[in-house]
Design a binder for this molecule. Structure first.
Ligand code: NI
Length: 178
């Protein structure tokens, strides 16, 4: 395992559409393990492969299922997994209801903004063993998986803001650098 350097805007790899993964082989498993170590080292809740310079449809996330988009915990929910590894994820259903969440990104350092997204989504993907899965996400997990999937499409959370605000946050992020 290795901690990988995280790319920061305006690196062009962050703006590329990531390639479909034809097979979950040992190289993909090693990439996943390195991404896990990198996410833990950075205290992130999600990480997409393009952020570590690999333009492939791979992401991980580690978010408590009972965490609301406002960061409040919901008591009494049945425990569900916090940790997911996904290859070739696609959203196959999204709720009409939207939720606003204050988002940040390791590739846009030091910048935060509220982003409005579907409150619930159903995602189809391959897990780390190459097994096809479908999982429903809500609350903070839904926001996180949509944010990470955007990375695979070359999109950053600031793209949801006005052009003026987006450019301001991108400029500030470049100044912060890493
Ligand atoms: Ni991000």
């Amino acid at each position: 395992m290795a901690i990988l350097p995280i790319l920061v805007t305006p690196n062009p790899i962050l703006r590329k559409k990531a390639a479909f993964v034809p097979m979950v082989d040992n190289a993909i498993k090693k990439l996943l393990n390195d991404m896990i170590e990198t996410m833990d080292a950075e205290d992130g809740i999600g990480l997409a492969a393009p952020q570590v310079g690999v333009s492939k449809q791979v992401l991980i996330m580690n978010v408590p299922a009972n965490m609301t988009v406002n960061g409040e915990e919901i008591e009494g929910l049945e425990p569900t997994p916090e940790f997911y590894q996904m290859i070739n994820p696609e959203i196959i259903w999204a709720s009409e209801g939207l939720a606003s969440c204050e988002e940040g990104c390791l590739s846009v350092p030091g910048q935060y903004a509220a982003v409005l997204r579907p409150e619930k989504v159903r995602v189809r993907y391959l897990n780390e063993n190459g097994t096809p899965c479908e999982t429903d996400f809500s609350r903070l997990q839904a926001a996180c998986v949509q944010h990470e999937m955007d990375h695979l499409a070359g999109k950053l959370f600031v793209d949801y803001l006005s052009v003026m605000k987006r450019d301001m946050l991108l400029r500030k992020a470049q100044r912060v650098g890493r």
